[in-house]
Design a protein. Sequence first.
Length: 387
Amino acid sequence: MAGKKGQKILKKHEDSPRFAEYYKKINPKLTNEQCEEKAKWFRRSCNYQCIEYYEKNYPELSHEEHLKLRKQLQIQKKQNNPLNLEYYIKNYPELSKEEQENLWHKYTKENCYQNEEYYIKRGATKEEAKELKRKKLEIVTPKIVAKISGQNNGMSSTNRTEQQRKEASPFAKEFYIKRGLSEEDRKKFNENIAKNRSYNTQLEYYINKGMSEEEAHKALYNRQATFSLYKCIQKYGEEKGLEIFNNRQKVWNKKLQKAFKLGKYTQSPIANNLFNLIKEKLNLIDSIEEKYVFNDELHKGYLFDFCLGNKLIEFNGDYWHANPILYGPKSFIKAKNKRAEDIWEYDKIKIQTAENQGYKVLIIWEYDYNNNKEEALKKCIDFLTND
C-alpha cells in the first residue's frame, strides 16, 4: 500500500483481529498463511452461520450439539425475517402452503429493486417501473460484478492456491480431509444437497408435495408446457400466435447461445436438413437447437438436437449412437472408444434425465430418415404439434 490512504487502511487492519495484518503485528514470526487462517477463524467465529461461532461460544458442547444449535438458530432467524418462507409458516399457520408462498413472493418482489413490483409499490406506473428497474440495474450490476471479480474475489486463484480452494469447498474431498472427516460425511452432504435441491422443473418437487408418481409426471408436464406453439395458437390465433412464439424462441435462443457458448449448427448436415424442413413446415423462424438439460445427481449436462416448447427431438447417427439394427451390444465404436451397449446406456440416462424434468423426447435414427424422409418428417411434425 502506498500514500496516506494506504497507510490508513493498513493501520485499520492492524487494529482489527478480522485481518491478517493484526496477527502479523502482534507476532511477526507467524507466516502470512497462518495469519490469514487466524483472521478467517475470527471472522467465522463472529458469524452464527458458521460452526466456529458455536465452538467459540459453547466449547463444552460436542460437534453434533454445535450443529444442532446452529440449525435451531438459523430456523429462528428465518422465522423472524419476512424475506423467508419460514416467517409466513410461523405467523400465518391458518393459511394453506400455497397462500403462505404467495405472501412470501409478494413481499420479496415488493422489497427488491430487481423487480418491477418494487417501483409500482412506491407509486410508479408499470411502464415507469420497467424504466426505473432498467436504470437501477445499469448502475448497480457493474458495481456488484466488480466487487466479486478477479482479485476482489476471496476464492480467486490470485488469492488462493488450488489446494486452499478445494479445502474450502464441501464438494471437494480435501475439505473433509482437512477437518478430519470421513468419506461417508462427504457422501451424506452430497445426498442431502441432491435431496433438498428440487425445483418445480423436477419430478422430486411434486413428489415432495405429496403427489403420486403419476400425478407428479402430469404436473411436471403441465409446468414444462406453459409456453408452447400449440398454446400460443390456441390463445392468440394462428397468425399472431405463430409470431409471438417465434419472437420468444428467437430471444431464448440468443440467451442460450450466450449462456452456454454453444455453436448454432453443430449437428450433422443430414440432421440440419431434417430440422430445416421442420422449421419450414411449421413456419418457425428461430427454434432452439442444442437444448441443454442438466442432471443434478450425476452433475452432468446433456445436449439435445432440437427443442420446441417441452418437446425434444434427438437425431441419432447410426455410427455415433450404434444403431441396434446395425450393431450388436459388444460392437466397438472406435471413434468413441466405447462398446455399443455403453453408448446405449448413456443415451438411456440422457433421455431419462429429460423426461424426469417434464420433457417429451422423440428419437429419429439416421437409418430411418434415409429410408423414408417423408415418414420421418411427418413423425416429427405430429410429435411437435400434438399436445
